[in-house]
Ligand binder design. Structure first.
Ligand SMILES: Cc1cc2nc3c(=O)[nH]c(=O)nc-3n(C[C@H](O)[C@H](O)[C@H](O)COP(=O)(O)O)c2cc1C
Length: 126
């Protein structure tokens, strides 16, 4: 099982000073900012991500900052944003997307430089 979003989320957690969690774990207490990462399979974000977003509400989450990776489409973020906004949640205009590999296509991504770029992006949202 690939989990490039988990690798990216761990890097973000280090910058923010929190622990990263999988979307299969529901949020148990309100958060000011939720950093949310996704990849894309067969053109879509995962069912787990969509289900998780449907558990969120503005009283639980102040703002979401989206980031992720994909190989073909431009970004997973518009799909995440649409579902989040349908829940009435504020989504930061800023987001981060880098290439993620699909077999030989973009092999090695997210790479070291992608992770550095991600960390700089996250610093700009703190
Ligand atoms: C089986 C498979 C299918 C994929 N399908 C797509 C796709 O349809 N569109 C796309 O942009 N990227 C696609 N990708 C690339 C993934 O989005 C990319 O590897 C991403 O980094 C995966 O993140 P994740 O491990 O967090 O799911 C695919 C990758 C794999 C392995």
């Amino acid at each position: 099982m690939f989990n490039r979003s988990a690798k990216m989320a761990d890097a973000v957690a280090q910058v923010v000073g929190v622990q990263a969690h999988d979307v299969t774990e529901p949020i148990t207490e309100p958060v000011d900012t939720l950093y949310l990462a996704s990849g894309v399979m067969l053109g879509k974000i995962s069912k787990e991500m969509a289900s998780f977003i449907k558990t969120l509400s503005p009283d639980k989450v102040g703002r979401v900052v989206c980031f992720g990776s994909c190989a073909i489409i431009k970004s997973p973020v518009p799909q995440m944003r649409a579902l989040l906004e349908a829940q009435g949640i504020k989504v930061d205009d800023r987001s981060f997307t880098c290439r993620g590999s699909m077999g030989p296509l973009h092999a090695g991504h997210p790479n070291k430089q992608d992770m550095e770029d991600l960390k700089h992006f996250i610093e700009s949202t703190l």
